[in-house]
Write a protein that binds this ligand. Structure first.
Ligand code: ME8
Length: 509
């Protein structure tokens, strides 16, 4: 069995700067990528930017610059964010790159050759902000008779020459796919919405535009540019060179692919994308996971409300790993969530400073001060110690099952239960008293505690990679050993601790 694993974020529009929603998808995807690496998978993680279409063209016009200039500026900001968020991505694809344009054109040709595309005229509603065509029945009628999308975005009526993809012919094949492969779309509630949408009947999809220029010219007729979603979705296959005739090793990643997306773009990923691939006689991804929507202190995040949350500002004020922890812990993955500064501060002070920070600080600084920084040897494993080992084993097993189901938040809850057990072991054994009357036990309790903290550091790696590495480095462990299967064999005895500093600072609310 191949151990390749390929995971993607959506590619983000460059009409504007990134906000907390983009950071969320990227951090959650990074969590899964890092977790799968710890399990020993050869992981490929791709993110990037979506740079064509009317929305980008209009944003450039408003700034009186060429679209490509806007793309270069804003794509760089998204790329810089991957560094600020400490993402482990191997690739950052831009849809204006040659490799992407080649792949998108190849898919178009395959569809065209298979008679899946025909010329017609589109008359109907279009939302520029979503870059999506709408049936009137899916829009909300306003008091003045105009229409808006369900999220309140404006739509315009357009009539233009266009190529159509025969989406309507794929309804049954798609429904077969959803029923024969129940895990193709998750969570289940979102899967049901997609099934209802497809069951209600699919229209053929307009896949080219002629009223503006900012896009990839269709290879079969240069007066048309590709519909931006047909163009954009191919980023996933283009990043691994899947869309061409050449054999190459990267293609193998397409055998095990997961797309992480927000619920707003599930339809494009779970209906249009597999239909394009089926029609082009290409393999499908294994899974589409749609997560929920963040609000800010209870309000929808929008530029017009002036409440857009800048991830860089939060990172600067509270710290990167604190931000990552909060995003992943606060909301079950798949549900909607609300960002509030109070909730963030509570999480930092209780879960990070009190639970994890204090455990590390108290035990490690005791070794630093009393034992000249040298980690003692585990000499005895009684009931209590064996129970801790058992908790670790259980966490490895249950944790892996939870992450397989994308239950990131439940995984973190279990890790914190485990941290609670190690804290209890340390407190109940009172090493500060043992030091005076039972030196052997004193050394053993410290050695066992530090060994468990080493496990904790590995468990938290996908959540807080910096803090994880910091703890391991204090203990003299190098990053190259970071695999779950190495957890048991890493021997700390005799390692010298490097300087122990506070991992987290308490935040005043
Ligand atoms: O849709 N809460 O790009 P986009 C949670 N280019 N996630 C949010 C969010 C929020 N409030 N706001 C945005 C596009 N997101 C297309 C994708 S893929 C081939 C093309 C996240 O810049 C979430 O992942 O509008 C959502 O799906 C994505 O950003 C939309 O990013």
């Amino acid at each position: 069995m191949s151990n390749k694993y390929y995971i993607t974020t959506p590619i983000y529009y460059v009409n504007d700067k990134p906000h907390i929603g983009h950071a969320y998808t990227s951090v959650a995807t990074d969590f899964i990528a890092r977790f799968m690496s710890l399990k020993g998978y050869d992981v490929r993680f791709q993110t990037g930017t979506d740079e064509h279409g009317l929305k980008i063209q209009k944003a450039a016009e408003a700034k009186k610059i060429e679209p490509i200039e806007l793309c270069n500026q804003n794509s760089k900001i998204f790329r810089d964010l991957t560094v600020s968020l400490n993402l482990s991505n191997n690739d950052f694809i831009r849809t204006t790159e040659e490799r992407h344009i080649d792949g998108a054109s190849y898919l178009w040709k395959r569809l065209y050759e298979r008679n899946q595309i025909y010329l017609g005229e589109y008359t109907g509603w279009y939302s520029i902000s979503d870059e999506t065509f709408y049936n009137e029945k899916d829009l909300v009628k306003q008091n003045d008779g105009s229409f808006k999308t369900v999220t309140g975005g404006p739509v315009e009526w357009i009539t233009e020459k266009s190529y159509f993809f025969k989406l309507s012919e794929w309804s049954n094949k798609l429904l077969d796919l959803y029923s024969s492969n129940p895990n193709f779309i998750s969570p289940a509630s979102k899967r049901n919405e997609v099934i209802k949408f497809v069951e209600s009947g699919l229209n053929d999809l307009s896949v080219s535009r002629t009223s503006f220029k900012w896009g990839i010219k269709t290879p079969t007729n240069e007066s048309h540019i590709m519909y931006v979603w047909l163009d954009a979705l191919t980023c996933y296959t283009n990043g691994i060179n899947y869309l061409n005739e050449n054999e190459n090793a990267m293609k193998e990643y397409w055998n095990n692919v997961v797309h992480i997306v927000g619920k707003d773009i599930l339809r494009h990923h779970a209906v249009y994308w597999p239909a394009f691939l089926l029609a082009a006689e290409l393999d499908l991804p294994q899974k589409i996971f749609a997560h929920g929507w963040w609000t800010n202190e209870g309000n929808k995040i929008s530029k017009s409300l002036g409440n857009v949350i800048d991830p860089i500002e939060i990172i600067n004020n509270y710290g990167l790993d604190q931000f990552r922890y909060f995003l992943l812990r606060e909301v079950p993955f798949g549900n909607d969530g609300d960002f509030s500064k109070n909730a963030l501060i509570n999480r930092i002070n209780s879960d990070l400073v009190n639970d994890l920070g204090n455990l590390c600080q108290r035990s490690l600084s005791m070794i630093e001060k009393r034992l000249d920084s040298t980690i003692p040897q585990i000499t005895n494993k009684g009931n209590e110690e064996l129970l801790l080992d058992k908790s670790c084993e259980e966490l490895l097993m249950k944790g892996s099952n939870l992450v397989n189901e994308f239950k990131i938040h439940d995984y973190i809850r279990l890790v914190w239960e485990y941290i609670g057990k190690v804290n209890k072991y340390f407190n109940d054994n009172k090493p500060w008293e043992l030091e005076k009357n039972d030196n052997d036990k004193f050394l053993n309790v410290l050695a066992v505690t530090v060994d468990q903290i080493k496990n904790i550091a590995i468990f938290i790696h996908p959540i807080m990679p910096d803090v994880s590495i910091k703890i391991l480095q204090i203990m003299g462990i190098s990053e190259t050993k970071l695999l779950f299967e190495n957890m048991k064999t890493i021997n700390l005895h005799g390692n010298k601790l490097s300087r122990v500093n506070h991992l987290f600072n308490r935040v005043q609310s």
